[in-house]
Design a protein around this ligand. Structure first.
Ligand SMILES: [Zn+2]
Length: 112
């Protein structure tokens, strides 16, 4: 069983949580000045890294609060969780982007 460490409640079973998509995506401030392409990028474009991924999760069957997580998409291992607006764990700041195979595009997903 996968255990997720809710920063408010502590370690709980994965079945209590809901995935909320990629973390760290800020809504543009002046949306009326965006082009359709820029708005589409904000709404739909997400990174899909092989490795560490900044995500947002909600403790749906617990405290109900949202929080950030750094999870490895290959192993499912959580490298840290932290409250929205709080400083991320050290693993988040020293993460290393894997090199992209030839012919693939590197997506800057964790640097936002
Ligand atoms: Zn909780």
């Amino acid at each position: 069983m996968l255990i997720i460490d809710c920063p408010f409640c502590g370690p709980r079973a994965e079945s209590e949580f809901a995935y909320g998509g990629e973390g760290g995506i800020a809504r543009p401030l002046a949306t009326e000045t965006l082009t359709d392409e820029q708005w589409g990028d904000y709404v739909f474009m997400r990174s899909n890294p092989k490795g560490l991924h900044h995500e947002q999760w909600r403790h749906a069957s617990g405290c109900g609060k949202w929080f950030n997580a750094l999870r490895d998409t290959l192993t499912y291992r959580f490298h840290g969780t932290w409250k929205i607006g709080a400083e991320p764990p050290e693993a988040f700041t020293r993460r290393v982007q894997p090199a992209a195979p030839v012919g693939e595009t590197v997506v800057e997903g964790l640097a936002r």
